[in-house]
Design a binder for this molecule. Structure first.
Ligand SMILES: [Zn+2]
Length: 268
């Protein structure tokens, strides 16, 4: 299993060969994805001109990825663990008439219903049970991770017929252990979530009192193993959004002046 880079029509994204269904983890999306023209559509906080640039981005992505004319299902993310079910009727293209409901994950059994979540250091996770036709996309930053977003995602999929032994998961580019310096509250919460399986995940930062270097991608992978996924069904991107802030948006590297990556998954 591995991630590979796809470049098409001036856009670039990663795909994992583990999922077996259409998906993409975008990198920076060129001028239309730049701050303040962030790619996450929201009718409230941007001007008409920005909305049109965001729309142009989504039309390009739709074309490059061969997604449906009706558009995508979006979220307004709040660092929670709610996974919202959506259907074909939830698809739209920016500019949006209303804000998407607050949630940090989407799940569907619908065909041609692209699920979209956004990240810029937080961990994007795409999950699929291809044989039973269930897909899920979640945003799992440290709060989502320790709030058990992986448990919420797997439960949402199982309640729609997915079997844990057939769920495949791709954990995309995110801030990695090289860069994710935290205080003790993150370390303690990761240890509370994983118990003995947190071993080695949050080592003290060398030479810095009270700081820890946390591996959030690995924390999500280990939680998926606890939930019953097979190790050979979980792919983890090695890319660090902060180290590679030339090709990825990083909240920390930009001190918040940033766009976002999109992670998208769809049953065909
Ligand atoms: Zn790094």
């Amino acid at each position: 299993m591995a991630f590979h880079l796809v470049e098409k029509d001036g856009l670039s994204w990663l795909e994992s060969d583990i999922l077996g269904v259409k998906h993409m983890f975008t990198r920076k999306l060129g001028e239309v994805g730049d701050f303040p023209y962030t790619s996450a559509p929201d009718p409230v906080w941007e001007s008409e001109a920005v909305q049109q640039r965001v729309r142009a981005l989504w039309l390009r992505l739709r074309q490059a990825g061969d997604f449906p004319a009706e558009g995508f299902c979006f979220t307004r993310q709040v660092h929670g663990t709610l996974v919202r079910p959506v259907t074909a009727g939830s698809r739209c293209l920016p500019p949006l008439a209303v804000r998407p409901p607050d949630c940090d994950g989407l799940v569907t059994c619908g065909r041609n219903v692209p699920l979209c979540i956004f990240t810029a250091d937080c961990v994007p996770v795409l999950l699929a049970d291809g044989p039973r036709g269930v897909v899920c996309a979640v945003h799992s930053g440290w709060k989502g991770t320790v709030g058990d977003m992986m448990g919420a995602a797997v439960a949402a999929m199982r309640s729609r017929g997915a079997r844990v032994e057939d769920i495949r998961a791709a954990i995309g580019p995110a801030i990695s252990r090289c860069c994710f310096e935290t205080g003790p509250e993150v370390k303690e919460a990761v240890e509370a979530l994983l118990g003995p399986d947190a071993q080695g995940l949050c080592p003290p930062e060398e030479g810095v009192e009270g700081k820890y270097m946390v591996d959030l991608k690995e924390a999500n992978r280990r939680r998926l193993l606890q939930l019953g996924l097979a190790a050979e069904h979980i792919d983890v991107s090695e890319d660090c959004t902060m180290c590679q802030s030339d090709v990825y948006w990083s909240h920390r590297a930009t001190k918040g002046r940033r766009g976002t990556q999109a992670a998208i998954i769809q049953l065909e």
